[in-house]
Design a protein around this ligand. Structure first.
Ligand SMILES: [Zn+2]
Length: 533
């Protein structure tokens, strides 16, 4: 281990702190930043006492924090069938066939995957089990739609699950049937579980194997930390890695409320954990999603007379869970898409009192459609708005179809930024790609990576605001801003080097920007060729 301090100079350093906001020199001492300032103040520095690193005109930012991921699920899904980008139904089937042909012939275990979107296909049509049977007849196949609300399965999978045309729909789910009552191989929402419960979960070893390249990909994208919503099994995998000193990014973990007994999990406290793995809190669902029109709304969706979505958890139950968790010292992260769901959650947070604890903050995941009357309550109740800019751009068509004029109340990035509340950003990977630069581009331009239309020009924000959402706000949201999230003396040396100055250049340059180096705890974890180190 080198004991030399590292002096970075020769480029702009955006600290994402108030003072200095921008500087051109930074000293890293071991795992932390010991000084930031102007290189002119360094004329007396004896050069042999530092390792000098010339940025050569590149910029430094704090390392990106993705505040909403499903880390283990994302890592595993990178190894599974991926239909995102399939151009037609036939193309989707070919991807599945090719994937299956690469597996060992003797392997008869489940083939799973995700990513199909009928609207992306040349000819929009419903996928069917029969073509899937022809492609893969001898082993069960189950592939999620891009929004994860539909599952396309083959006959083998239906047979294992014992699902026939006579099987009744489960509550909150639907088994697709044709006019003759025969199953089609499409399952909706809770019906997916009927099949998936038969698929063997990946082993710990499989998850560990999948995580290794996933961590490398995070480094490549400048991502040094995440908040993750996975199941208990995912926590066990990460904990095992952490104990072995092999967890290389900072993870804050939220447990699914419906999969744990409150009495077990609530004995832990938000913030408990190690250098790299900490307890975030519990995750609860207030409603469904916009694409399946299950978001909980005050008024019916634009294409319906009476559908106002579903209440995944009743207001009374929300209040009970939030009350119990708060008392136990555990933060709640509550999924809320529709305006009514957001109100229900804010009501529950208000009911437990606004300053229950300064040690942790409750948060709303997505905050997609918020009634104008509720906007200020986020600030009043000190609720964290955890949002995903890439959802805003992916949802442009859905908002038009289902929301009508309420599109104005969606994804209120600029409005929230003006209120000064903690608005942290994430990708929701694997629903959307993890890449934070894509998220920043979406928040700044309002456009998808390959898109032309802006979701709402009145709610786009500056590059600096978007970077804040992917750095310091992510640390603030989990009560860790004392330790990390921006670049001032005393903070952990988690930072990245970018090959161009996204703060000053045209927004279109954001997509052409490359992360040339990623540091965590002052250690160089990733280095692209362009970095002169
Ligand atoms: Zn999610």
């Amino acid at each position: 281990m080198t004991s030399l301090k590292k002096l970075f100079y020769g480029g702009r350093i955006y600290t994402m702190a108030d003072s200095p906001a921008v500087c051109d020199a930074m000293i890293v001492d071991g795992d932390h930043i010991s000084w930031v300032g102007s290189s002119s103040e360094l004329s007396s520095v004896p050069s042999d006492s530092f390792e000098l690193i010339d940025l050569d005109g590149q910029i430094i930012l704090p390392g990106f924090i993705d505040s909403h991921t499903h880390l283990v699920f994302w890592a595993l899904s990178r190894q599974q069938i991926d239909l995102d980008g399939a151009t037609s139904y036939e193309n989707a089937l070919k991807i599945i066939r090719d994937f299956a042909s690469k597996q060992s012939k003797s392997d008869k275990s489940w083939l799973v995957g995700k990513g199909w979107k009928r609207e992306q296909w040349r000819k929009i049509k419903w996928p069917h089990k029969s073509e899937l049977d022809r492609s893969v007849p001898d082993r069960p196949v189950a592939v999620f739609s891009k929004d994860e609300h539909l599952l396309w399965v083959n006959s083998k999978a239906l047979a294992i699950a014992g699902i026939t045309g006579q099987t009744p729909d489960p509550e909150g789910g639907e088994i697709g049937r044709d006019a003759g009552g025969e199953t089609t191989g499409i399952l909706r929402d809770n019906a997916c579980r009927l099949v998936l419960m038969h698929a063997k979960p990946p082993s710990r070893r499989e998850a560990e194997t999948a995580l290794k390249p996933a961590f490398a990909e995070m480094y490549r994208q400048g991502c040094v930390g995440v908040t993750s919503f996975d199941n208990i099994y995912g926590f066990e995998v990460l904990q095992t890695l952490d104990i072995a000193g092999k967890l290389p990014v900072r993870v804050v973990y939220h447990f699914p409320h419906d999969r744990v007994t409150e009495d077990t999990i609530l004995r832990m406290k938000t913030g408990f954990g190690s250098e790299f793995l900490r307890i975030g809190g519990i995750k609860i669902f207030a409603d469904g999603a916009l694409g399946s029109q299950t978001a909980l709304m005050f008024k019916p969706f634009a294409d319906s007379k009476d559908n106002m979505g579903i209440e995944a958890t009743s207001p009374n139950e929300l209040r009970r869970i939030v009350g119990k968790a708060t008392k136990a010292g555990m933060a709640c992260a509550i999924h809320a898409i529709g305006d009514r769901a957001n109100r229900n959650v804010l009501d529950a947070f208000e009911a437990v009192g606004r300053n229950v604890s300064s040690r942790f903050r409750h948060r709303i995941e997505h905050c997609q459609i918020v009634h104008p009357q509720d906007i200020k309550r986020f600030a009043e109740l000190k609720v964290v708005a955890s949002m995903q800019p890439s959802h805003a751009t992916a949802d442009i068509d859905l908002m038009k179809r289902y929301l009508g004029s309420r599109q104005r109340d969606s994804y209120r990035f600029r409005t929230f930024a003006k209120l000064g509340l903690t608005m942290c950003f994430g990708s929701d990977a694997p629903i959307e790609p993890l890449n934070p630069l894509h998220g920043i581009y979406a928040a700044v331009t309002g456009k998808a990576v390959e898109g032309r239309i802006c979701f709402n020009p009145r709610e786009t924000i500056s590059v600096a605001q978007a970077v804040k959402g992917f750095t310091i706000a992510g640390a603030e949201a989990v009560g860790d801003a004392q330790r990390r999230g921006n670049l001032i003396a005393g903070k952990k040396a988690d930072f990245i080097v970018l090959d161009r100055d996204i703060m000053r250049l045209d927004a279109e340059q954001i997509l052409k920007t490359t992360v040339t180096a990623t540091y965590i705890n002052g250690e160089l974890k990733y280095c692209a060729d362009g970095f002169p180190d």
